[in-house]
Ligand binder design. Structure first.
Ligand code: GLU
Length: 309
């Protein structure tokens, strides 16, 4: 991709010195330790070239970005039956909101809000022990990124397990509707741990390649999912990937993307590139403040928005 290296380096430099950096999440105490001055970016283009800059090799807590991969796994296990347990409409509510669940009989709006992701995790857990389900998720991440060094940050998982009252409420509430089928503490244990997977921008961009290339890893030729499924996962990322900030992200960046409260964002340029950015400070919707600004600059300068130049 022409000018990719130069533009990526320029953006990293601009982000390094910006004074507005958002607020680091502290509702999971361990996440509050993240360094607000960090910024990393990595872009893998269709030829496999990686343009990376800033703190692109520093591992961070991927948090909700893991939900893209658990959705992929769950669809692989139960196919479209998944959609009877979770919807695929934008929620317009905060990521951990409980209000919609009552009106909608315990069926979460989409797989990317917390309630939806917990229901997806419960699907992966069916017929397995929590340890096996978690191993499956971690192996999938390592396989996609082609990197066996990826691990779970046990301190982050324990921190959320101690303080995740809101997610416990969501899971118990869904259990009362029969939407959660396994013991709530098993499902949440797996959920908290997959959110605590630590990856760098480089590893994450590598893991996202299949979504940018019709379900296929262009480096190995391996078909991870069928093209139709990749297209649909991208559609859900576009409409739901940034919680109640999804409209703003589509408006400004114009790419399917998924954010996490660790400050990471995975974004997909269909047919062209997989991108990961990281900066721990968040905006009011819980999305990386500088991550979004960096992606907006990148898509503008390289003409990458799916909506045109
Ligand atoms: N583990 C986080 C939670 O459940 C994920 C939220 C996020 O990354 O947006 O609150």
């Amino acid at each position: 991709m022409k000018d990719l290296d130069r533009v990526v380096a320029e953006i990293a430099e601009e982000m390094r010195t910006r004074p507005d950096r958002g607020r680091v999440a502290d509702y999971i105490p361990e996440l509050a330790r993240a360094d607000a001055s960090a910024f990393g970016i990595a872009v893998v283009d269709a030829s496999g070239h990686v343009a990376a800059a800033g703190d692109c090799d520093a591992p961070f807590s991927i948090q909700s970005i893991s939900k893209v991969f658990t959705l992929t796994l769950a669809l692989g296990m139960v196919g479209d039956r998944l959609w009877s347990r979770v919807g695929r409409e934008p929620s317009g509510s905060r990521f951990n909101s409980i209000v919609q669940l009552e009106n909608e009989h315990g069926i979460p709006r989409n797989p990317f809000i917390n309630a939806g992701a917990i229901a997806v995790t419960d699907t992966i857990l069916n017929g397995h022990q929590p340890r096996e389900a978690l191993g499956e998720i971690l192996r999938f991440m390592r396989f996609l990124a082609d990197d066996n060094q990826i691990t779970i940050d046990a301190a982050v998982a324990a921190s959320e397990q101690r303080t995740g009252y809101r997610n416990m409420a969501l899971a118990n509430y869904m259990k009362s509707f029969g939407v959660i089928q396994n013991p709530v503490n098993f499902t949440l244990g797996v959920y908290f741990h997959h959110c605590a997977i630590a990856m760098s921008c480089r590893q994450l961009a590598m893991a996202g390649r299949f979504l940018a290339h019709s379900g296929r890893n262009p480096a190995t030729g391996y078909q991870v999912v069928q093209p139709e499924r990749a297209r649909r996962i991208n559609a859900v990322m576009l409409t739901c990937g940034h919680y109640d900030g999804s409209g703003e992200f589509a408006y400004r960046v114009g790419l399917p993307g998924k954010s996490g409260v660790g400050g990471g964002i995975l974004a997909v340029v269909p047919g062209r590139a997989s991108i990961a950015v990281w900066s721990p400070g968040l905006d009011d919707s819980g999305n990386s403040h500088l991550g979004r600004i960096a992606l907006e600059k990148l898509t503008k300068r390289l003409g990458l928005s799916i909506f045109g130049l």
